[in-house]
Design a protein around this ligand. Structure first.
Ligand code: PCA
Length: 222
């Protein structure tokens, strides 16, 4: 006998997006504020799962890996604050070094320490950053491709993410890091929270719908 059609509602596949907690004496971190606003939304048939990551070397990676194992996302986009940058920065490359200018949130300040001893020197993002750049600029959101994610906790998390995604169990899952500017109350240049959220929505939608990246010059600010 045929079993009856399942009435179970299939949950849509998920996209994991993360932001960091405030660091360096700031009261807020726009990356987490934006992700908090996106958490639970549905974009292009995917459920957005937002996670907060501590600005702490090492711990940040453990938290990211736990979130990935819990939600088994199709796409992972980490975001972080890059104060002083004028635009949403689509990061191209993560490098295998921690070299902190300021202490993290537990006081650690590693200098010239590899993230993964004997790991590759760098990983490229697997996000379609040029297509994302075009979509953002077309929508009037200030955006750029960035050639360095720095050497602080964001770069470490980005490197750790790409190192994980290189494992066979994560085959086909794409990921990368996006840096966001300050909010107006933190200093200039800045971007309003509503604009950040809109930009990240566009970035996620484009990453989900683009299988092959396009060619476009990297530096265009809108
Ligand atoms: N920005 C820092 C770490 C946490 C964050 O939001 C960075 O760019 O490394």
């Amino acid at each position: 006998m045929l079993s009856p059609p399942s009435t179970a509602v299939r949950s849509p596949s998920s996209v994991l997006v993360t932001g960091f907690d405030p660091f360096g004496g700031s009261a807020v971190n726009p990356s987490w504020d934006a992700i908090h606003a996106l958490n639970g939304r549905e974009i292009a048939g995917h459920r957005i799962v937002g996670g907060e990551i501590p600005t702490v070397f090492g711990t940040s990676l453990g938290r990211l890996q736990a979130l990935m194992e819990q939600h088994r996302p199709r796409l992972v986009i980490c975001t972080g604050q890059a104060g002083g940058r004028p635009a949403i920065s689509l990061e191209r490359v993560a490098i295998n070094v921690n070299d902190a200018r300021i202490p993290d949130n537990v006081g650690a300040k590693p200098i010239d320490v590899p993230i993964v001893p004997d790991g590759p020197a760098a990983y490229f993002t697997s996000l379609p950053i040029k297509a994302m750049l075009k979509a953002l600029l077309d929508a009037g959101v200030r955006a750029e491709v960035s050639q360095t994610a720095g050497t602080f906790v964001c770069n470490q998390t980005f490197y750790g993410l790409m190192h994980l995604l290189a494992r066979p169990e994560w085959q086909g899952v794409r990921g990368g890091l996006i840096h966001v500017p300050w909010l107006p109350e933190q200093g200039q240049p800045s971007m309003r929270l509503q604009e950040l959220v809109r930009g990240l929505e566009i970035a996620i939608t484009t990453a989900l719908s683009t299988t092959h990246d396009i060619r476009k010059e990297a530096g265009a600010l809108n």
